[in-house]
Design a protein around this ligand. Structure first.
Ligand SMILES: NC(=O)c1ccc[n+]([C@@H]2O[C@H](COP(=O)([O-])OP(=O)(O)OC[C@H]3O[C@@H](n4cnc5c(N)ncnc54)[C@H](OP(=O)(O)O)[C@@H]3O)[C@@H](O)[C@H]2O)c1
Length: 139
């Protein structure tokens, strides 16, 4: 990329990188590391024609999340094109309009409410994931 003087690197972090995340602290910490690493690379390689983008998704309906598709939980087919549209436009973004909205609202909340919603989100996710796993086992 440096020789060609162009290139795009898209790092996938998570919304978990943006705030504290009780019960998933290790995951959130690794994602925060990716977020900061990407920011440093952006600066280091900006004058070499390389774009480094960091995306911080909320829930996407994938194998890992085990979540079902909703307005706020897009399929990868909806999420990925939306992220690609932001290459060169937003170096750090949530990547999808509904995630931008959710991210903005959550990060505007007071700390005690973020704590509560993080705990709710994690336990809801754990419940949905185990339901999905059980459904798959039954098939
Ligand atoms: N889905 C979400 O809600 C969400 C939200 C925020 C951030 N993210 C981030 O998005 C990224 C992608 O996740 P996803 O939701 O797209 O998950 P996914 O659909 O389960 O895909 C994960 C991919 O990683 C591969 N993989 C897993 N463990 C691996 C290993 N040890 N070595 C090599 N490859 C491995 C899997 O390969 P196989 O298919 O062969 O198993 C699969 O291709 C992750 O970094 C995740 O933290 C996801």
């Amino acid at each position: 990329m440096v020789e060609r003087k162009k290139g795009v690197i898209i790092n996938v972090a998570s919304f978990a990188a943006t705030t504290f995340f009780p019960l998933t602290g290790t995951y959130a910490a690794t994602k925060a590391c990716m977020d900061k690493f990407s920011e440093s690379l952006q600066i280091e390689y900006a004058d070499k024609g390389i774009i480094v983008q960091c995306v911080l998704p909320l829930f996407v309906a994938t194998k890992m999340s085990g979540m079902k598709t909703t307005l706020f939980c897009p399929t990868p087919d909806d999420y990925v094109p939306s992220v690609l549209k932001k290459v060169g436009v937003a170096k750090r973004c949530f990547g999808y309009w509904a995630h931008e909205l959710q991210g903005f609202i959550i990060l505007s909340l007071p700390r005690w409410l973020i704590t509560r919603s993080a705990l709710d989100a994690v336990s809801r996710h754990q419940k949905i994931s185990s339901q999905t796993t059980n459904e798959k086992k039954e098939k």
